[in-house]
Ligand binder design. Structure first.
Ligand SMILES: NC(=O)c1ccc[n+]([C@@H]2O[C@H](COP(=O)([O-])OP(=O)(O)OC[C@H]3O[C@@H](n4cnc5c(N)ncnc54)[C@H](O)[C@@H]3O)[C@@H](O)[C@H]2O)c1
Length: 328
């Protein structure tokens, strides 16, 4: 019988691509999403959508009792770093308290295996680049703190209740599949913002700081394709089946600067993309690049999209077809 996976946040960007892959591989999939940032149109492949909020324990209980999942993949979260500075309570409530409801209901229903969408934000300012899993974790924004707190909660529930967890610490998710792409409101991620210029939706790109200690002075990030993230989730199920818990970085292991992204986007789209430099933003480390060795060793995972241009090409194809996101 096919394994059944409950996917919280499965109507969002990364979750929807993961759901599509799981359905291709014949897993049964139930999505739990309040559609606060997700899209009904992003639910594909015959996955079942249960609309509900993680805050709603009774609804969660009903969904677990109805569907009796084997595993949980937990994508649902509040995920805007800037907003987390202004409204930390929202972040602790959603990413910790609401997520604790999920774990509580899981244990109640004897579901003891979860894959959690963690983030490179748990490390804060890196002590070295590339960053490896055992490096110090000193998150510098409330968003990153909530992700780390939930990792701690999972570790404590492993000790107390035998709950096995794989926390996948994504670097910058990027790119699209033919059907599924990035549609956040507000959009804060660099590639979709840059692509708004050739789409005629923005006049230019704001570059926050050009005096970082990086080769061109702009921030360096590690872009990992959303389909590669989805593949890593499927591989991570293998760790849970062995009854193990792990924390694993998911990145390409290569850093690209903001200016690299702009130049590559000009090349992909054939359009000029003007930019202007603004002051640095609070809490932006100079460079975040994954040491991706553990993902290769433990998951047997290698990203298939290693070129920045190819990642941007996939995003450009989707955004050209959906200039206003799923509303199109
Ligand atoms: N996108 C990235 O670059 C990135 C990087 C690191 C980590 N992550 C993490 O990956 C996960 C997915 O990110 P994304 O970019 O797909 O985000 P997203 O906003 O597109 O998706 C999140 C989904 O969760 C749902 N949701 C939020 N709160 C909920 C609640 N209380 N109850 C039910 N549903 C709820 C939203 O409606 C949305 O569909 C998040 O946990 C995020 O922190 C993302």
């Amino acid at each position: 019988m096919a394994e059944k996976i409950l996917v919280t946040g499965g109507a969002g960007y990364v979750g929807s691509v993961c759901v599509a892959l799981l359905r291709e591989k014949d897993y049964e999939v139930v999505i739990y999403d309040n559609l606060s940032a997700g899209h009904r149109e992003a639910v594909t492949g015959g996955a079942k959508l249960e609309v509900g909020d993680l805050a709603d324990r009774a609804r969660l209980t009903e969904v677990f009792a109805t569907h009796t999942p084997d595993f949980v993949m937990h994508f649902a979260a509040s995920c805007l770093v800037g907003e987390s500075y202004h409204d930390p309570i929202l972040y602790y409530r959603n990413n910790v308290a609401n997520a604790a409801n999920l774990v509580d209901v899981m244990i109640e229903h004897d579901v003891r295996a979860i894959i959690f969408s963690s983030s490179c934000a748990v490390y804060g300012e890196p002590v070295r680049v590339p960053m490896t899993e055992d490096d110090p974790k000193n998150p510098i924004n409330p968003y990153g703190k909530t992700k780390l707190t939930f990792e701690h909660l999972l570790e404590d529930c492993d000790a107390a209740h035998g709950l096995k967890s794989v926390a996948l610490r994504y670097f910058n998710a990027a790119g699209a599949t033919d059907e599924l792409g990035e549609d956040h409101d507000p959009e804060t991620h660099l590639i979709p913002i840059v692509l708004k210029v050739p789409l005629g939706l923005l006049d230019g790109v704001e570059v926050f700081g050009d005096d970082y200690p990086t080769p061109d002075g702009t921030c360096v990030r590690d872009y990992v394709h959303v389909s590669d993230l989805a593949a890593a989730h499927e591989s991570a199920l293998g760790i849970l089946r062995q009854g193990k818990s792990e924390r694993i970085n998911l990145g390409n292991g290569n850093g690209f600067s903001v200016l690299d992204v702009i130049r590559a986007s000009e090349h992909v789209t054939g359009k000029n993309i003007p930019s202007k430099v603004s002051p640095r933003r609070r809490g932006d480390p100079a460079a975040l690049v994954a040491g991706a060795g553990k993902a290769a060793d433990v998951l047997g995972w290698q990203p298939s999209y290693t070129s920045l241009e190819t990642i941007i090409e996939t995003a450009w194809k989707w955004h050209k077809e959906h200039p206003h996101g799923y509303r199109d």
